[in-house]
Design a protein around this ligand. Sequence first.
Ligand code: DC
Length: 249
Amino acid sequence: MSEAGCAPEDGARAGAVGVIAIDGPTASGKGTVAERVAAALGWNYLDSGSLYRLAALRTLRSGVDPHDADAVVAVAGSIAPTFSGGRIVLEGEDVSDAIRAEGVGALASQIAVIPALRAALAGLQRAQRRAPGLVADGRDMGTVIFPDADLKVFLTASADSRARRRHKQLIEKGFSATVPDLLRDLRERDARDMRRESAPLRPAEGALVLDSTYLTIDQTVAAVLEAHRRNPGAGARRAGTKPGTTGRA
Ligand code: DC
């Protein structure tokens, strides 16, 4: 069993379909970068964090105690969202904006420590691996969900710059927020995501570590595309091996 409670072979089985795994801490820009890389390649895109946010929204609305792992898995382990045109529909309701609220993100990080919930959501994530390819972002895409990914990227940035970016995004979406509050929250979330026992946030072996603090989105996207161009399909051919290239984890 892997850390998520599912056999890694499940991810390796569909090895013919390429995967670029982009992991990193909250507000590192991985979602935007992953989406743009997917668009540039004409590949599918998976925002795995949205599944944990959906599970959190379901938990919040059901009123169960988020510390009660069995109850959380019972209400949130069998979600069946539909993704269409950039919108996310859960039980007939468009919840794309609702899941972006800070409270939902914080609860997502809290319930993401539950191994049985991670195992329940793993299948949904692996099912997104469809031709011509998949760009997946999250915390454990390269370490657990797609261990044979063609390219693994660990995208990070300083906590200050991430808090400022998150602030800008929230204000643009009409949510109120302050940079100091966001900084405190994201430090707490980083600590929880990195210290949990089940699928902790860390660079996958062989991951290209990119610090985007002083990079624009375009530069970051270009760096990922360049790494993919230099090494297309390497992960599928050498699943489980460590590339050992300079600048990699
Ligand atoms: O990427 P995000 O901020 O939308 O994710 C919200 C939370 O979900 C994050 O703090 C931890 C959890 N998560 C996870 O544990 N594993 C993933 N692959 C993606 C997200």
